[in-house]
Design a protein around this ligand. Structure first.
Ligand code: ATP
Ligand code: MG
Length: 561
């Protein structure tokens, strides 16, 4: 994945970097300017991470710049909360737009001027048809379009009407401005596309100044050109819009003409990457907000504990091409695991506690044992772990009448306690219902770090001293959907996995960890990776499971293929 022989690039060479290389070699451009253009109508998701890493990454690799531009032409769905969240997420991913933050709405005056220019050139007209008539008369793939009866209005009439639209003389939806291109075009985007509509809506930036708003296709190319963007990178669904992008810039008086280049979207199995669908999960309270740790949003992944560097690595591994594909969730989780294995300190946490009394250990004695924080990396140092007569182990580490292959505790069997002594199980105490509630064990005082007689035990289990254990709540997450491609279903909500969250209210953690920096992801040895949750409304710390130690879904996905 990493190439140590050359300076590490953000973006692995691909068809887009090849175009950039040629443009620089031919002196078509002397520098690279890209942009990331989110619409502030929701939170960013893992798909956006690809576009962010590509646009900001390419700019950095070529010592160029990348603008952040809010595509805010649709005021009814946009909000400042979303705009703030988007900025937070981009920064967290490790990118910075510096002073280059813009809004499409910064250009509303310019855009209006260019619209009048098109009218004056006979290339735009005001249409009085209803939205339904316009849609019907556009035709479709098999049916050519029908020209509007208002198409041949004079320049003067069009100018007067368009100015009237701007001045608020007409009702919402009663008129639109359309580019006059070609109703017979095989490309439906070129059939006299609407470029302005009347909409009385308060805008987060321009307030009530405008009651007409420009459409995306008209706005985007002009915004790119005004900012001097060299390469306008977008996803494949805009391929059919490129002729319109070019038509607008060819027909207005503007010098810059950026090149639109399309690449395939990032799709990840078992999740959705669409703000509209993510919004539905939030609205229907299926999740605990946009940053629920099960969400594919950047803020969800952050709360879950995915490291930003791991997300960047994942996107880099996926690469950039024009081929549509769905990346397996397992690939993403493997990258996260690989990172965390290297960066996470190890601690002992017991998710489902079972009390153990070590009968031959002195009462009231507490011993401080030393545990390495990382088995492969000494730079993580070590910590002191208290040991005493009563400890907790995992319920699953005891089994009555277990066979020889069970290397954990059963009557008469010896195991090693991680960083501590060997203990042997003598007896299981049961409650009236027959549940095992306590184990009576003995320990070998000579067995720290091995035994004098050199006897070996097969199993090592984790534990926590009862008097020192810190109560925590643990939240285990599974995939939010149990269908590999929820978006392909009639109703994706039907694919929601009802067991995607399991709460373990009685978990225990070794002391001194819960109050540490909440940004650290820990490996609870033999369990999984965990990070403390942002919320503190609980009386005890909450730890979210980031990812399991091993992939438990590989089989399911294989059978789904
Ligand atoms: P959504 O369907 O989630 O609303 P969008 O494309 O409408 O996505 P925008 O805010 O318009 O969202 O996207 C900003 C940029 O991110 C665009 O350039 C878009 O092409 C890109 N982008 C969005 N989704 C993906 C994805 N899944 N993979 C790669 N790039 C994406
Ligand atoms: Mg969009």
């Amino acid at each position: 994945m990493t190439d140590k022989t050359t300076i590490e690039k953000n973006v692995v060479g691909n068809f887009i970097t090849h175009i950039i290389d040629e443009d620089l070699a031919s002196k078509k451009h002397s520098n690279v300017v890209t942009r990331f253009p989110p619409e502030p109508n929701g939170y960013l998701h893992i798909g956006h991470a690809k576009s962010i890493c590509l646009n900001f990454g390419v700019a950095a690799d070529y010592q160029g710049i990348c603008h952040l531009r809010f595509d805010d032409t649709n005021p009814e769905k946009e909000s400042d909360e979303y705009a703030q969240a988007i900025q937070r997420d981009i920064k967290w991913l490790g990118f910075d737009w510096g002073r280059n933050k813009f809004h499409a709405s910064d250009y509303f005056d310019h855009l209006y001027g260019f619209a009048e220019e098109l009218i004056e050139k006979g290339l735009a007209f005001v249409d009085d048809q209803s939205p339904e008539e316009i849609r019907e008369n556009r035709g479709d793939f098999n049916r050519p379009g029908v020209e509007s009866p208002y198409r041949e209005r004079s320049v003067e009439e069009n100018l007067t009407l368009f100015r009237g639209m701007k001045a608020g003389e007409f009702a919402d939806g009663s008129k639109v401005l359309r580019a006059k291109i070609d109703m017979q075009s095989g490309n439906i985007n070129m059939r006299d596309p609407v470029i302005y509509r009347i909409k009385r809506m308060h805008h987060i930036h321009t307030g009530d100044k405008w009651c007409i708003y420009p459409m995306y296709d008209f706005t985007h190319c002009i915004s790119d050109a005004l900012e001097g963007i060299t390469h306008s990178l977008c996803t494949l669904e805009f391929e059919d819009h490129r002729p319109l992008y070019d038509w607008v810039l060819d027909n207005i008086d503007i010098d810059c003409h950026p090149q639109q280049i399309e690449f395939s979207r990032l799709n990840v199995s078992f999740t959705v990457t669409s703000k509209r669908r993510l919004n539905q999960l939030v609205e229907q309270n299926i999740v605990d907000g946009w940053d629920d740790p099960r969400m594919s949003t950047i803020s969800g992944l952050r709360r879950r504990g995915y490291p930003p560097a791991a997300i960047r690595d994942f996107v880099k591994q996926v690469g950039v091409s024009k081929k549509e594909s769905v990346i397996s969730m397992t690939v993403l989780e493997d990258v996260i695991r690989h990172h965390l294995n290297q960066t996470s300190p190890r601690v002992m946490g017991v998710l489902d506690p079972l009390k153990v009394v070590i009968e031959n250990y002195p009462e009231d004695q507490v011993e401080m044992l030393t545990g390495a924080n990382h088995p492969q990396d000494e730079s993580f140092g070590s910590r002191e772990i208290p040991f005493s007569r009563e400890i907790y182990i995992e319920q699953a580490d005891y089994k009555a009448n277990a066979n020889r292959k069970f290397f954990r505790l059963t009557e008469g069997r010896e195991v090693r306690l991680r960083h501590a002594y060997y203990i042997t199980c003598r007896e299981a105490i049961k409650d009236e219902a027959g549940n095992v509630i306590e184990l009576r064990c003995t320990y070998d005082p000579e067995s720290r770090g091995g035994t004098a007689d050199g006897r070996k035990v097969k199993g090592t289990i984790h534990w926590i001293s009862a008097a020192h254990a810190e109560p925590i709540e643990v939240r285990l997450y599974d995939r939010l959907f149990n269908h590999p491609n929820p978006a392909s279903m009639d109703n994706f909500i039907d694919a929601v996995n009802p067991d995607s969250l399991r709460i373990l209210p009685n978990a225990l953690l070794e002391p001194g960890i819960a109050e540490q920096d909440a940004d650290v992801v820990y490996q609870f040895e033999r369990n999984a990776y965990f990070k403390r949750d942002k919320t503190h409304e609980k009386d005890k710390p909450v730890f979210n499971q980031v990812v399991t130690m091993r992939d438990s879904w590989a089989k399911v996905e294989q059978s789904a293929e």
